[in-house]
Design a protein around this ligand. Sequence first.
Ligand code: PMP
Length: 391
Amino acid sequence: PVPAGGVDGARLPLRPELADEAPYGAPQLDVPVALNVNENPYAPSEEVVTTISRYVAEATRGLNRYPDRDFADLRSDLADYLALESGVRVAPEQVWAANGSNEVMLHLLQAFGGPGRTALSFAPTYSMYPEYARDTHTRWVTGRRATDFTLDVDHAVATIEEVRPSVILLASPNNPTGTALPLATVEAVLDAAARVEVPDAPEHDGRRAGAVVVVDEAYAEFRRPGTPSALELLAAHPHLAVSRTMSKAFGAAGLRLGYLAASSALVDALRVVRLPYHLSAVTQAAARGALAHHAELRAQVRDLRDDRDALVAWLRAQTVDGRPLQVADSDANFVLFGTFGDRHAVWQQLLDRGVLIRETGPDGWLRVSVGTPAENAAFRDALTEVVAAAP
Ligand code: PMP
């Protein structure tokens, strides 16, 4: 809704499609147990704090100058990290970064969306995608995921052929469901995307270009063993971008650093739309400091994965109204569970007990992030009470 005394009162020429829009964001409440935005519950260790401080202090000495516009050192560190994490080696020119993967995604829509073009995704999925589309005047279309939140290949391919999007967004693991896509599904989408012709795309050899496919791997580090990353498909698919973030597994949501890997041609297109010097020298330095500690991060991610699996198992053993709870398989650091006749009441009663989770996803479902063992226990205790107290 328009802020009171704001847009209308000031008689501003707001774009009509923004008139009823509220700023995006989950409630930022001061609660004992915050399990609502899929953060890493562990603050940086003292060693990490010391390294980041050292890198930032060094950057501070040059703050009278603009930062490296192309952040060469950071791109090279990110490429090294991706090689260690996934076994896929990309060149620094194939890496792009911005202030959170939100901004990376906006760059993608700025370069490949736009008036007269369509972005396609499959719901339920990340609720920010339609906002990137709106803000870049791109038409927004969603197909659907199956009832178990996987993606049916025939439906995906048929929708791509019908809609002829210029950008396809696939979150894997998906938010809010936690579902990872098999590589065969991503490949089928990549093939369909290459086959369609985007109506106003440039022609090469008598054919117009197809769609760009973005696999949003914000939660990739939490995937279960045996689940591969779409990074493995990069070499054969110049129209693929795989985005990642330091906000989740890396425990640096406050840093605002998201990035992607793609062909260098795709990355070059993003360089055209970015603001000059969009990544501050402080951000670049802090990110490099955090990346230097990737090894200890990996141990922490292993613990979070185990705690996630334990939370899934516990939730599956609960009954509500005589029925076992439904719990989506999760390759992420959160779990979607339900269904509740009145999910808002459950959410509120958990909050009354100091536990903040997220009211999101299809009707009746709730999402909880994996916290520390003590936070997970507080959630389990609170949910047990709430369910027992239900009429
Ligand atoms: N993609 C997905 C699927 C997400 O859930 C989020 C954060 N909730 C993001 C991207 C954006 O994260 P950030 O901008 O912090 O990198």
